[in-house]
Design a binder for this molecule. Structure first.
Ligand code: PBG
Length: 335
């Protein structure tokens, strides 16, 4: 703004009064720039092997692992809250070096998908496509020695995606960070008649300490080394644009940034650089921190959660994967 406008007739400096539009809730509602809606939310679900299982995840209060036969109680609640989508993670009975549980047509994600599509056809099923929950070494791909092999992993990821699509998954969400995974999965889906199934790529996924509670929940911590040779280095932003550009070129339909809170600058850049819908994953460690502080009475959980999720919208996300989805949906409905 031009400095002259700051001068009054007598030549003295003056100032603007931004508080005028903050005086009442009615005014604040009128000038509000972003909003959070239940339509933005995707709720992650852990589906475990066995029967009659509803197990709490200790580091994620309020989150449970369900066996397929107990999933209905959770789905009922999700449907009643009008949450549009769930993201499915599977916890198999046994793991092996090639993660064969991931592409087993009778696997947990496949069976849960069939159940949801039968009983809640309107609920969008997003299938997480990765091997780490299914491999005995806990890595997201095929291991040779201490190396995570890129191209050998692609074949297994493609098989997993086809098996998930065959079970009825509405969206395939590959999270493994191998180079070329969108290309490999798109080709395989198309070859099997699933041209209509979109890919939500975990395009920009950092090697983050915030995944700790998830790895407890899914039993997917790497048994040696870490994921830094495939997930991104947290200080990098330009590289995030290259990762996303690759996935766009390979045929991704939605771009995801993960984690959320510490990476909202990345969300903004991805939003401004590409025209695809952008998702952000508010991950397990972010959830655990909020829950722990809330349990101690140190923060107001409702306000903190709604502020965080709104911040993700403001950063440019179109949709948010969050373990807070059910609470947020309830709070949003209360008004
Ligand atoms: C699987 C996967 C992970 C998460 C989502 N998909 C874990 C990881 O990469 O180790 C993390 C989700 C969360 O922390 O909530 N590759």
């Amino acid at each position: 703004m031009c400095e002259d406008m700051r001068k009054e007739a007598d030549g003295n400096m003056t100032f603007g009064r931004l508080r005028r539009l903050r005086r009442t809730e009615g005014l604040r509602r009128l000038v509000r720039e972003h909003s959070l809606s239940v339509d933005d939310l995707i709720y992650p679900l852990f589906v475990t092997h066995g029967q009659g299982v509803k197990e709490p995840v200790p580091s994620m209060p309020g989150v449970f692992r369900y066996s397929v036969d107990r999933l209905a109680e959770e789905l009922e609640e999700i449907a009643a809250l009008r949450i549009p989508a769930v993201m499915l993670f599977g916890i198999p009975a046994s793991k092996d070096p090639l993660g064969s549980g991931a592409y087993d047509d009778e696997g947990e994600v496949q069976r849960a998908t069939r159940l949801i599509k039968r009983d809640y056809p309107g609920l969008v099923v997003v299938a997480d496509t990765c091997l780490c929950e299914y491999t005995d070494h806990g890595h997201c791909g095929v291991v040779r020695g201490t190396e995570i092999e890129n191209d050998a992993s692609l074949e297994l990821l493609a098989r997993t995606a086809v098996s998930q699509a065959a079970a009825g998954a509405d969206v395939i969400a590959p999270s493994n960070m191998m180079d070329g995974f969108v290309w490999a999965i798109r080709r395989a889906l198309d070859a099997h008649g699933y041209q209509h199934v979109p890919i939500m790529s975990y395009a920009v996924k950092y090697a983050s300490a915030f995944y700790g509670p998830f790895r407890d929940a899914a039993g997917s911590a790497p048994q040696f080394g870490d994921r830094r040779s495939y997930q991104m280095d947290p200080p990098n932003l330009r590289e995030a644009v290259r990762e996303a550009a690759e996935d766009v070129a390979q045929g991704a339909d939605v771009l995801m940034v993960k984690p959320g809170m510490p990476y909202l600058d990345v969300v903004r850049v991805i939003r401004d650089t590409f025209d695809l819908p952008v998702a952000v994953y508010n991950v397990s460690g972010e959830y655990a921190m909020v829950k722990a502080a809330a349990q101690k009475g140190w923060i107001d959980e409702k306000r903190v959660v709604l502020e965080m999720l709104t911040g993700m919208k403001r950063a440019g996300a179109d949709m948010i994967l969050t373990y807070h989805a059910k609470d947020a949906a309830r709070w949003l409905a209360e008004g």
